[in-house]
Ligand binder design. Structure first.
Ligand code: TYM
Length: 335
């Protein structure tokens, strides 16, 4: 209860079932912080359409991810858990922020470069301006703190720059948000099981590369057994051993054991033993989440009702900031 006055914002794109990367890098932090901060957790669905979606699947996936938030333990009585598209102030502020963002600073964004390569048939303006919408998400609620994985560092830097730039030109308006990013060994960047030089991603074409939170226990075990590692059979966290280091990070995240203790525990044991134990641990950890998901996911009416209530609350918080911004810029007052 120490920081009750501080506001925290974070979000995940409902572009597929969440992975253990999303869990370790983001949700795990959120679960701790929902008791200490005024939290807003968003299904950032407006970001998802920067890549072409099938409407029916998109709708289902957004509800899946909401039900997963709840199944993981996020509590709508403690936090505002809402869909970004239900609060129109996000896109209104994004437009305004577009007008103080330089083309050059967006061209440098690595996520844009990656995604425009992967979706070269659809390099749309929304994909380019994606980080500006993300800045709007954060600044709209005067967020003090934004817990994210390591891959969002550059986007967070832009959000801070835009807040400072706006304040400089138009007077103190926005809180400049602080990122909260776990170190790599603490799960800030969980890597692909098939290519440990690459981030684990829910949109990876190779399903063996990621564990999603709804994978069946046997599938989870199999994926870990097939995880790509080096061949020296020594269990040690090291830069030149990205595959094993990744398994150690995942194991540590789900058991709360220190990596150095795990290294000792597996001295003299082979990779097979570690892979089996990580697989079992993750499968066991996810079982209650999967059960809870199966219980709550079918009641779509209830899920929507919860989202609508949350959107009303979020909208109430967002409006005053948007009004302040529009006033500072010189728009005529609304009737
Ligand atoms: P998204 O949907 O890609 O990922 C959601 C969160 O999960 C983290 N994450 C990871 N952490 C560790 N290892 C991984 N392999 C891994 N993969 C994903 C991400 O860092 C993120 O915290 N742009 C954001 C969504 C967003 C947002 C926001 C976040 C939009 N507006 C405002 C915070 C605040 C994104 O694409 O996340």
């Amino acid at each position: 209860m120490i920081h009750k006055q501080k506001t925290l914002f974070s979000g995940i794109q409902p572009s597929g079932i969440l992975t253990i990367g999303n869990y370790i890098g983001a949700i795990r932090q959120w679960l701790e912080m929902q008791n200490e901060y005024n939290c807003l957790f968003s299904l950032v669905d407006m970001h998802v359409i920067t890549v072409r979606q099938d409407p029916k699947l998109f709708r289902q996936q957004t509800l899946d991810v909401f039900a997963l938030y709840l199944a993981c333990g996020l509590d709508p009585n403690k936090s505002i858990i809402f869909a970004q598209s239900h609060v129109s102030a996000h896109s209104e502020l994004a437009w305004i922020l577009n007008c103080i963002t330089n083309h050059g600073e967006l061209s440098r964004m690595t996520q844009f470069k990656d995604k425009s390569q992967r979706h070269s048939d659809n390099v749309n303006v929304g994909l380019f301006a994606y980080p500006v919408l993300m800045a709007a998400d954060i600044l709209l609620y005067q967020s003090d703190i934004v817990p994210v994985g390591d891959d969002q560092k550059q986007h967070l830097e832009l959000a801070r720059n835009l807040a400072q730039r706006f304040n400089h030109h138009f007077g103190e308006t926005f809180v400049v948000p602080e990122p909260m990013i776990p170190k790599q060994a603490e799960g800030g960047r969980i890597m692909s099981l098939q290519d440990p030089e690459k981030k684990m991603s829910k949109s990876d074409a190779n399903q063996g590369a990621y564990i999603n939170l709804l994978d069946e226990p046997n599938k989870i075990r199999k994926k870990f057994k097939r995880a790509v590692t080096d061949s020296d059979n020594e269990i040690r966290f090291a830069e030149d051993k990205p595959g094993i280091s990744n398994l150690l990070t995942i194991y540590s995240a789900f058991t709360n054991k220190a990596i150095s203790d795990i290294e000792k525990e597996y001295e003299g044991k082979g990779y097979g033993a570690l892979k089996t134990d990580v697989g079992d641990t993750v499968a066991d950890f996810l079982e209650p989440i999967q059960q809870k998901f199966a219980e709550i996911r079918p009641d779509e009416t209830q899920l929507l009702k919860m989202l609508h209530e949350a959107a009303t609350k979020a909208d109430k918080l967002a409006r005053p900031t948007l009004n302040k911004v529009m006033d500072a810029i010189g728009f005529l007052p609304r009737g």
